[in-house]
Design a protein around this ligand. Structure first.
Ligand code: ARG
Length: 373
């Protein structure tokens, strides 16, 4: 049996078992084997695609938010072969995800990888919404490469800290560039502090929908090279990482100064105090705006519920401790004091191989650096 058949078999049996219709698996596998024999690949039914995507989330070891895996909304965009239509679908995804404040987790699934290893379409963007980064030091340094790529196609940003990058979509040999509509497609929140008016002067804002677009989804051996997915933010991702990392917006010092802290002595813990205030500000601002966000204490409790539910179903939760612990006050949540088995199960999301444009499903390409970007 080929490796594709094996992966299909494992997935199909799991799906129909979990759905309570195990007797359907054998017949379905016969169909799949025939299709692979004729075409070198096979096609998921919508139910398989939809449940497979949910399993990919459930199996995401780095994700603390998995309690809600069954609520994933799966958009089937497997009929879309043009970059232009893909951009439309991506923008529709963003508008759906932003909902009316309450963020809705969703994935949009574009055509699967062909037997020759190429993807009909894929995104060069790390996330559907991301801020540009410039050599001048302005913007998000994490986006330097993507920004350069956009510029090489004639895109020009404003040179600011929060310029929305365009969508960069590969269709066959070509890259196509599409601007997002800042009003319609993107909800942004100005970051203010619950008590300190001066905090505004930092001029910080962030978008509400984190939609990862540079990973591929593997369901039963079928690779979806373009399958952008979103959840909602945990406050620390923005406050303790995007704003605070020295290689990102690097705003700890400014935050401390604006809040009147003495930054002369590192042992005064001004960095830690600034981190807490940044985190309070992000949570407060999102909540005031009615935008979905979760704090790390609540998220950890939700993760505890997830583990309990999974155990009840007789399933072992796998997890990556280095990612699951929050970057502020890690030891204040139970996760810190547990150990997790980091075995990678499929279905799952994997990093794409950025240079060749295609990922490899058969090598462990999950382990690229610690801690979430
Ligand atoms: N950490 C990434 C960011 O700050 C987002 C990763 C996905 N996060 C999520 N809550 N679904 O943009």
């Amino acid at each position: 049996m080929g490796i594709l058949q094996q992966q299909a078999e494992a997935f199909i049996h799991q799906l129909y078992r979990e759905k309570g219709r195990p007797e359907e698996a054998v017949g379905r596998m016969r169909e799949i084997e025939e299709e692979i024999h004729v075409s070198g690949t096979y096609t998921h039914t919508y139910e398989e695609l939809s449940y497979g995507a949910k399993l990919a989330w459930r199996n995401s070891n780095k994700c603390i938010g998995r309690l809600f895996w069954e609520n994933l909304h799966v958009f089937d965009a497997r009929h879309i072969y043009s970059a232009e239509k893909a951009a439309e679908a991506a923008r529709r995804h963003l508008r759906f995800a932003a909902g009316e404040g309450k963020i809705r987790p969703a994935v949009t699934v574009f055509p699967q990888r062909k037997p020759d290893g190429t993807d009909p379409l894929f995104f060069h963007n790390h996330q559907l919404i991301r801020y540009a980064g410039y050599e001048t030091g302005r913007g998000d340094p994490h986006s330097l490469e993507t920004t350069r790529l956009a510029e090489s196609f004639g895109w020009k940003g404003n040179g600011g800290d929060f310029d929305l990058l365009p969508l960069l979509i590969q269709e066959g040999e070509d890259i196509h560039v599409f601007d997002l509509d800042q009003k319609q497609d993107v909800q942004e929140i100005d970051i203010v502090h619950p008590e300190e008016e001066a905090f505004r002067k930092l001029g910080l804002k962030w978008y509400t929908v984190p939609a990862i677009s540079d990973m591929e989804m593997n369901i039963g051996g079928i690779i979806y090279g373009a399958a952008p997915f979103n959840g909602w933010y945990m406050g620390t991702e923005i406050a303790a990482r995007n704003f605070a990392d020295s290689f990102r917006y690097d705003r700890l010092k400014q935050t401390a100064e604006i809040l009147g802290m003495n930054t002369a002595k590192i042992s005064s813990l001004w960095k830690d105090r600034a981190l807490v205030e940044l985190n309070r500000a992000v949570l407060y601002s999102f909540q005031e705006a009615g935008a979905g966000i979760v704090d790390h204490h609540t998220a950890a409790e939700q993760f505890r519920l997830f583990c309990g539910k999974e155990n009840q179903q007789g399933r072992k939760v796998t997890g990556d401790w280095t990612w699951l612990i929050p970057p502020v006050s890690p030891a204040s949540v139970h996760i810190f004091h547990e150990t997790y088995d980091n075995t990678i199960k499929t279905p799952n999301f994997f990093y794409r191989n950025r240079t060749s444009g295609t990922g490899c499903p058969f090598i462990g390409n999950q382990e690229k650096g610690l801690f979430q970007p």
